[in-house]
Write a protein that binds this ligand. Structure first.
Ligand code: HEM
Length: 406
């Protein structure tokens, strides 16, 4: 336990760190990778370049510090991060390295203001916070390997099928190379895919949602080709699209993630996807179709136009399995062909008025996934319609941030 004095020091330094937090974490990462370049095999280089990870780590350390005397309140956030850590193979021995560099960065940025007393308090607090993560991650590693067909580190999978789902999304069907069985997962979970891109010095890791139902003898990921090949944002997805083919090997870790569908209850479910945010949601919808076919399901899939709409056939086929199913395609900017085929329900953006008229259900669970502006707009609309926080479940791709939808 931390002493009251340590807690007081931590709390009194939070305002300074709020101002300097991002600067501290920038220095931290620079020094960390200079002294431990092997960690570049673990971190996502694109997130680093964009400064996204800096913000995520700074926010979390501050949130933990603000709640240092009642850490139990941040356990749900810790669990979500711990899932990511486990999926990326963050291990207990990494924590002292990160701690040492974080403390070093605080000292470097704050200069004389970082007294021995302050640094001592932070060292102690970091130890407590790190232990919370290490304990939760230990349980997650054990859980991943104890499951039938499960494993705890990276495992080689072979690509057995590659399917173009839209102009920008391609699916990869994966099976274990050693012929072992494929574990079940909670619909909505993701895997980390690791590979050595030719010409790159370090291994690259990316997380992709599993897009097929659980309980099949393969995993499926559906990857959006991001930006251009020569831009950092598109490096891994372009590599998968252009260079990874049937018969090739990818390393993956066992399914992880807390954005999952509860199939123990039978509340109405509304899925709202924006673009490639469809991937975890179609896994959820397909899982409901196989185990809860009478559950009321609404699926609203928003895309720019029909050519960018993935899984149109799969979503339509669910009508044969689900007895209470309502499907809507929303196209922001439909093409001539879309207008001729009249294959969408709404043109433009989904707004509160449309939701109110078409899908509002007071007791439904709403699962929302897509880019940040889409999430903000949908969540704000749902809240405006009186939907409670506990009914809204969401995930977007990239490091966790505050969405500020209050
Ligand atoms: C991701 C916090 C320790 C490696 C994250 C995220 C947060 C975070 C907030 C973003 C989660 C998300 O994307 O949903 C922390 C805190 C730590 C800690 C508070 C200490 C108490 C570590 C350690 C390592 C590590 C020891 C291993 C060297 C990573 C990696 C990611 C990550 C590789 C994924 C980010 C990316 O590659 O873009 N961490 N972390 N973290 N963390 Fe940690």
């Amino acid at each position: 336990m931390l002493s009251q004095k340590t807690i007081d020091i931590i709390k009194s330094t939070v305002p300074v760190l709020e101002v300097k937090g991002t600067e501290i974490t920038k220095v931290f990462y620079k020094n960390l990778f200079t002294n431990h370049p092997e960690l570049l095999n673990v971190f996502n280089h694109t997130n680093q370049q964009q400064g996204r990870q800096q913000t995520a780590l700074a926010n979390t350390v501050l949130a933990a510090a603000q709640n240092i005397d009642k850490l139990a309140t941040i356990i749900p956030v810790v669990k979500q991060i711990a899932q990511k850590h486990r999926s990326l193979q963050v291990k207990p021995e990494h924590y002292p390295i990160v701690g040492q560099h974080l403390l070093g960065a605080i000292k470097e940025v704050l200069g004389d203001a970082a007294t021995d007393e302050i640094l001592g308090a932070w060292a102690e607090a970091y130890g407590v916070i790190a232990q919370v993560f290490i304990d939760i991650e230990k349980e997650m590693y054990e859980e991943a390997s104890s499951q039938e067909g499960g494993w705890s580190e990276f495992k080689e999978f072979k690509v057995i099928e590659k399917v173009e789902e839209s102009d920008v999304i391609t699916s990869f069907y994966l099976v274990p190379k050693d012929g072992s069985s494929v574990p079940t997962f909670l619909p909505g979970q993701y895997i980390t895919v690791r590979s050595q891109i030719p010409g790159e010095e370090y291994l690259s890791n990316r997380q992709y949602s599993l897009s097929d139902a659980s309980g099949k003898n393969h995993f499926r990921i559906s990857v959006k080709r991001e930006a251009e090949e020569n831009q950092p944002l598109g490096k891994f997805s372009n590599y998968l699209h252009n260079q990874v083919n049937v018969g090739d090997t990818l390393e993956i870790t066992a399914p992880a993630g807390e954005f999952t569908l509860n199939t123990e209850i039978d509340s109405d479910v509304v899925f709202l996807s924006g673009g490639v945010g469809i991937t975890p949601l179609i896994s959820m919808a397909k899982s409901i179709a196989s185990i809860q076919p009478n559950r009321q399901v609404s699926f609203i899939s928003a895309s720019r136009n029909g050519k960018l709409q993935a899984f149109e056939n799969e979503l339509n086929q669910l009508k044969e399995q689900l007895t209470n199913y309502d499907l809507s395609f929303v196209y922001e900017n439909p093409s001539e062909e879309d207008l001729q085929n009249n294959n969408f329900k709404k043109q433009g953006y989904i707004d509160a008025e449309w939701l109110n008229k078409n899908v509002k259900s007071d007791n439904a669970d709403y699962y929302v996934c897509g880019p940040v502006p889409f999430l903000k707009a949908i969540i704000t609309s749902l809240k405006g319609l009186g939907i409670k926080d506990r009914q809204i479940h969401f995930e977007f791709f990239g490091p966790a941030m505050n969405l500020d939808t209050e």
